[in-house]
Design a protein around this ligand. Structure first.
Ligand SMILES: [Zn+2]
Length: 379
């Protein structure tokens, strides 16, 4: 369910490949423009003089597009391998300098982790080989055309090498974590060590960037600082997610399920929904139930922005989110499964059903509260 109480999503959905949603982060447009500009107005004219401006921009555009296609192929290789290993991948988001595959769960064993993480850099190196071969075949063609493929070959080598740096969550960090995990048997500890290396590496990048800025290399310095900041954020998040998943594993849904579910009838006018439900119970969403049958969910966002007159004229059935399979979870599922489902469905609450009847409700807030309390008890 698209929960609108959260911040608006900054990603733009593109298309689906093998059931995986491919989306672009807003930051991607900035980086596309930067790469395009750097190639068309900088690198190509400087290294291969003698063409007109239009030709440079055309070459730049083709190179940029194929570069980002290469990033997508790198990410897809991770996802397809993960799917082969039985892990669902709901979404890939292309970010500033690469992509992030959203895994709905952690790999089950070190071997799976190793396979999923290694296939990315390997596919980058394979792409580098293919582009290099095309450049060889094209010898004799206009030099700028050959240069486009030489650049693509080089940039894919760089992409592969960068991702092999052993800091989590980069692929190299995942490889490192898999080996550590295999040797010690503890995923949590392995993640902690790999994350620390990742953070150290990120800080080193930032320091290097700052030094470059002081010595006058402003643009490349800013780049390094930027990549370092991004990496640092990613490693911290990756570790937190793991801790949350770990504390939810094997805990039955019943532990945090809300049993006294307050439901609303579909014929209820929205002004009554606001006063008698949202303001009264202070919940952000309610199941819509008629004759013991669940019809859907109505959330706070559905009434936001409606005038009192409009609210009086509209009933719950008009604005509710109709029930779909993804929003329902079985009562015997675990909390970890509930969290994976929430990530996959982009939902902040799920309906718990037992023998066709509504047994309860589980919310993201209650999951997080559970994790917090467990962490306090364990430290
Ligand atoms: Zn990768």
């Amino acid at each position: 369910m698209a929960d609108t109480d959260n911040q608006p999503r900054r990603a733009l959905g593109l298309f689906r490949i093998a059931g995986i949603r491919i989306s672009l982060d807003i930051s991607w447009f900035i980086i596309f423009a930067l790469v395009l500009f750097a190639l068309s107005a900088g690198y190509f004219p400087r290294s291969y003089p003698g063409y007109d401006t239009q030709t440079y921009w055309l070459a730049g555009f083709i190179a940029t597009l194929l570069f980002f296609t290469s990033v997508l192929i790198h990410e897809l290789s991770h996802s397809l391998m993960a799917i082969r290993c039985g892990i669902e991948i709901p979404e890939i988001t292309l970010f500033i300098f690469g992509g992030v595959s959203k895994l709905s769960q952690e790999p089950k064993d070190p071997k799976t982790e190793l396979k999923i993480s290694l296939v990315g850099p390997l596919s980058s190196f394979a792409l580098a080989g293919v582009f290099g071969l095309i450049a060889k075949i094209l010898v004799g063609a206009p030099t700028l055309l050959v240069a486009v493929f030489q650049y693509l070959s080089w940039i894919n080598v760089a992409l592969g090498v960068f991702n092999l740096i052993p800091g989590f969550p980069l692929d190299g960090g995942r490889v490192f974590r898999a080996i550590w995990w295999w040797r010690t048997g503890s995923l949590t500890r392995a993640t902690k060590v790999a994350t620390d290396i990742g953070k150290t590496f990120a800080v080193a990048l930032m320091i290097l960037g700052a030094l470059q800025i002081f010595t006058g290399l402003l643009i490349s310095g800013l780049w390094l600082v930027f990549i370092g900041m991004f990496l640092r954020g990613m490693s911290a998040r990756g570790y937190e997610e793991l801790i949350i998943r770990k504390s939810l594993e094997g805990v039955p849904l019943g532990e945090v399920m809300i049993r006294d579910v307050v439901s609303v009838p579909p014929s209820l006018p929205l002004n009554q929904l606001v006063h008698d439900y949202f303001l009264h119970y202070t919940y952000r969403g309610f199941p819509v139930v008629s004759d013991h049958a669940v019809l859907g969910l109505v959330s706070l966002s559905a009434v936001r922005g409606l005038s009192p007159e409009e609210q009086a004229k509209t009933v719950v059935a008009d604005v509710m989110m109709p029930l779909r399979e993804g929003l329902v979870i079985a009562a015997d599922a675990s909390l970890a499964e509930a969290l994976a489902r929430m990530v996959q469905e982009d939902a902040d609450r799920l309906l718990v059903m037992q023998e066709g009847r509504l047994a309860g409700l589980v919310t993201k807030t209650s999951l997080l509260r559970f994790v917090q309390i467990k962490q306090i008890l364990e430290t």
